[in-house]
Write a protein that binds this ligand. Structure first.
Ligand code: NAP
Length: 295
């Protein structure tokens, strides 16, 4: 049987460590780390994410402020709020929950963020720092969480062949940059596959580690994975399930039942990468706080 990589347990340990380090810094610097979350519109999944971020902030003793704006908010109003938060001395991290309602320019909003408060890691300055191996930048939280899970599960990435399915900035492309850096939890030989990749199974079967981040339920099947591989499933997909009281359940991009028996280790969905994303957000917020209050 494969090892089940328990993201919830790892995330809990990271959050306990963040809480302890934050408390030590607060004693010296006089105020807690602060995270501002901006939610525009009514998307239920986004609402749930924002709620859980606020709850986690409270559990860690962070200051958190939530701005909920209606779906018809103008671009100007949203940019004005970002500017206010950029200037707020109690706010170390700003997160504008994605996706924004139609009509709002997400890229312009990301460009408007102070890069020193961009704890999501999407500002061009932070993307450049990631590509340049500059540790003062902020890497996106989900790829950071995937890397940390591999480390915590004792998976050797140095020299390993890693195939990542998906080339988005939020996951695939950023994870590729992280894993090809030099150092611990990196030094991998990385291949990034996407919807135009020819003979996907031939590419993924060659991998020691496969990361699926494509947003299509149960797409990575047994024939894609070689015996003894490690599989990280980033996907979060709702599939209809009349037996569940919500009418749906969450599944990953990996056909877990078919793939797991031949893996050395695999993440479940839910309870794998998901909890790590929020833990890394808190870690990035503490890092921003540390950088902004040092000296
Ligand atoms: P995205 O922006 O839609 O990107 C999907 C990527 O997958 C694209 O690069 C696409 O290729 C590629 N792709 C689609 N079908 C494919 C196939 N059959 N074979 C190979 N590649 C294929 O999605 P995303 O934002 O990266 O998210 C991916 C998944 O991760 C989603 O399920 C999302 O919910 C989940 N997610 C989870 C977390 C978390 O906290 N756990 C965070 C973020 C995202 P092209 O570029 O050619 O179109």
């Amino acid at each position: 049987m494969p090892t089940l990589i328990d993201g919830r347990a790892v995330a809990d340990r990271i959050l306990a460590d963040v809480k302890e380090r934050a408390a030590a810094l607060v004693a010296r610097r006089g105020r807690p780390p602060g995270l501002a979350v901006v939610l525009v519109g009514e998307d239920p999944a986004s609402r749930a994410y924002v709620r859980s971020k606020a709850k986690t902030c409270a559990a860690l003793g962070f200051y958190s402020v939530k701005h909920e704006l209606p779906a018809d908010t103008t671009q100007e109003a949203l940019l004005a709020l970002v500017e206010t938060l950029n200037l707020d001395p109690l706010v170390d991290g700003i997160l504008v929950q994605s996706p924004l309602p139609k009509g709002l320019d997400e890229s312009a909003v990301v460009h408007a963020l102070d890069p020193a408060k961009d704890v999501d890691g999407f500002h061009p300055m932070n993307v450049a720092k990631l590509a340049l191996d500059d540790p003062t930048g902020f890497a996106p939280c989900t790829p950071l969480g995937c890397q940390r899970l591999l480390l915590e599960a004792g998976v050797e990435t140095s020299g390993a062949r890693v195939v990542i399915l998906g080339r988005s900035l939020i996951v695939g492309k950023s994870l590729a940059l992280l894993l090809m850096q030099k150092g611990q939890g990196a030094d991998a030989t990385v291949t990034v596959a996407h919807s135009r990749t020819r003979d996907l199974a031939a590419v993924t079967r060659d991998a020691d580690v496969v990361v699926a981040a494509i947003g299509r339920p149960r797409t990575l099947r047994a024939e894609h994975v070689r015996e003894g591989a490690v599989v990280i499933d980033v996907g979060i997909n709702r599939v209809d399930d009349p037996s569940d009281k919500r009418g749906y359940r969450l599944v990953g991009d990996v056909d877990f039942d078919a793939v797991a028996p031949q893996c050395r280790a695999i993440t479940p969905v839910p309870g794998g990468v998901g909890p790590m994303t929020i833990a890394m957000l808190m870690q990035n917020t503490l890092k921003a706080y540390g950088q902004r209050t040092e000296g």
